[in-house]
Design a protein around this ligand. Structure first.
Ligand code: NDP
Length: 257
């Protein structure tokens, strides 16, 4: 365990990040740790999580790698118990793991539809179910806690071949609004971050030729976001005074219409 620098803005916070093995989650874990938070790193790839935890510890932070598939509710519950025991009560959940697998509806890919629903909807709710008791407890003890869900501009945008992904992100954004109504009386701030295109591994899993051509053209036309840009947005939400809840934050590449 490292010594906590109590002058950092997120000192004394215990943050859980899902999808921490790459992209937005990885960058956010690093930034929250640099700002003083103790971080729990959740994703399936243990090697990536261990390497990230080692980097954070080398810089003086405290990190716990917890390899877990968030579609497995029981595994998440066990991970939540380890966070409470080994790091303390979680007061921030960055609920970020997600997958984007576009395909045309007239060539039905039930497998790809199911994977997106399982992770982007069921996985998101599994994490909320596992960590909400800790967020409520932390909010009662410290006066504030944060539930921050990664949605997307896809929640409201219209894109060919993206019906299931966009639908899953619409779920994230609207569930977030409703969860805020439920949890804000208990001082848990609830927010959705809605990024435009970010350069991550998200596109690496895409097999649909039309979607890949669209993604390539967008990336060539303007400078897309970096994961660190979204990490800054997450830290911005978490560092607000306890009275301030920004429920929705859309972050666009300047060049993306
Ligand atoms: P990445 O593919 O880089 O990150 C996805 C993360 O989710 C990985 O850490 C992956 O780790 C994890 N993950 C996947 N499946 C599971 C699972 N079953 N259990 C636990 N973790 C899992 O992409 P991004 O960083 O871009 O994606 C993060 C979020 O941002 C997603 O919700 C995405 O929809 C959203 N988003 C991304 C945008 C973009 O343009 N990149 C734009 C708008 C929103 P592992 O494989 O090790 O499990």
């Amino acid at each position: 365990m490292s010594t906590v620098n109590t002058t950092l803005p997120l000192a004394n916070r215990v943050a859980v990040i899902t999808g921490a093995s790459s992209g937005i989650g990885e960058a956010t874990a690093e930034l929250l740790a640099d700002r003083g938070a103790t971080v729990a790193l959740l994703a399936r790839r243990a090697d990536r999580l261990n390497a990230l935890a080692a980097r954070i510890e080398q810089r003086g932070g405290t990190a716990l790698a917890l390899p877990v598939d968030v579609t497995d509710a029981d595994a998440l519950k066990a991970a939540a118990e380890r966070v409470a025991t080994e790091l303390g009560t979680a007061d921030l959940l960055f609920n970020n793991a997600g997958v984007m697998l576009p395909s045309p509806v007239n060539e039905p890919r039930f497998d790809l539809w199911q994977r997106q629903i399982d992770l982007n909807i069921t996985g998101l709710m599994n994490a909320i179910g596992a960590f909400t008791p800790q967020l409520i407890k932390a909010a009662a003890d410290k006066g504030v806690a944060d539930l921050i869900n990664t949605s997307s501009i896809a929640a409201t945008g219209v894109f060919q071949n993206f019906a299931v992904y966009t639908g899953s992100k619409a779920f994230v954004s609207h569930a977030t609004r409703n969860l805020r109504a439920e949890l804000s009386p208990q001082r848990v701030r609830v927010a959705a971050i809605q990024p435009g295109i970010v350069m991550t591994e998200l596109g690496d899993h895409v097999t649909d030729e039309a979607a890949l051509a669209w993604l390539d053209a967008e990336r060539a036309a303007y400078e897309v976001l970096e994961s660190a840009d979204i990490a800054e947005a997450v830290a911005f939400l978490a560092q607000q005074p306890a009275r301030v809840n920004i429920p929705e934050l859309t972050v666009m590449p300047t060049g993306q219409v």
